[in-house]
Design a binder for this molecule. Structure first.
Ligand SMILES: [Mg+2]
Length: 297
């Protein structure tokens, strides 16, 4: 809860207009709680997108029911992708981390903000160049997208998630942006979780660079629906027959709504049941956990 408030406050600053969430404080006009009725007109779900943290795993441990849900998805043959704003790891790394939690998700069924960023940049400027602050998840994705990584007059400064932000790297990024490089960041999250407490994340470092340069980054990860659209393209799905499962109203659900997907909120992560009505948008369904979705697959 506390973390969610920190996120929302910082998110509002980093991603300025438009606000994606209603004002804090008591809800003046009650929006009816989701009753999961009237949602069947969309027809059966043929494609599945799912957030990772808070939906399938929690602090490296599987959410109860996630193992069976993933197994059922794989057995069904229906295309699915696990989405994450985390740009630190490559798909293979994340697949191994999920396997350690007992979840069999192949690398090609994982889609990260780093991959979405690389896809976006490759479309925008084929064989372009970038100065990157980030880890293997991001540098590998950009290399595979035929980008040149350089600090000499790059087309872009690309900021990702890392555990080793350095003053000299940030200084270099600031000077390149001042010199005309375009500013892109993988995800707007200002803090990330760790067992010891909050860690400064990509959005927080982006805010520092913005403060120094006056230039706002273009954020690719959730809640930017671009993340959903690139994922949809990846599975070859259509929005009418695709569902997005998430644990956050302010990222997963709003991005799914904006991409025209069926949205399913699970209550095993950040957003609590009593918070849903505060938002100006509603998920198509609310379930306790992915265990309740096994029979939908
Ligand atoms: Mg999550």
């Amino acid at each position: 809860m506390r973390r969610a408030r920190i996120y929302d406050r910082c998110h509002a600053q980093v991603n300025a207009p438009p606000p994606r969430q209603g004002p804090p404080g008591p809800v003046r006009e009650k929006i009816p709680a989701c009753d999961n009725e009237g949602m069947s007109e969309r027809g059966p779900i043929e494609y599945w997108l799912s957030d990772m943290d808070g939906v399938l795993v929690h602090e490296g441990r599987p959410v109860p029911g996630a193992e069976e849900f993933v197994r059922r998805l794989a057995a069904s043959g229906k295309p699915f992708l696990v989405l994450t704003n985390n740009s630190i790891y490559t798909r293979r790394d994340l697949s191994a981390r999920l396997a350690a939690a007992g979840l069999a998700v192949p690398a090609e069924s994982i889609w990260t903000s780093a991959l979405a960023t690389a896809r976006f940049l490759a479309d925008q400027r084929p064989q372009g160049s970038a100065y990157v602050i980030g880890e293997a998840g991001l540098t590998t994705a950009l290399h595979e997208a035929e980008f040149v990584l350089t600090d000499l007059d790059p087309d872009y400064v690309v900021l990702g998630e890392t555990r080793t932000y350095s003053f000299s790297q940030i200084t270099r990024a600031i000077r390149l942006i001042e010199g005309g490089a375009r500013f892109v960041a993988t995800n707007p999250d200002p803090v990330g979780p760790s067992p010891e407490g909050s860690l400064p994340a990509c959005g927080a470092v982006a805010a520092m660079i913005t403060r120094a340069t006056g230039v706002e980054p273009y954020f690719i990860g959730k809640p930017n629906p671009l993340m959903m659209r690139t994922a949809l393209n990846r599975v070859g799905g259509h929005s009418e027959s695709t569902a997005m499962i998430g644990d956050r109203m302010d990222t997963d659900i709003v991005a799914g709504v904006e991409a025209g997907l069926e949205t399913i909120l699970v209550l095993t992560g950040v957003t609590g049941k009593d918070e849903i009505a505060r938002f100006p948008f509603r998920p198509s369904r609310v379930v306790d956990s992915v265990a309740d979705l096994v029979d939908l697959v």
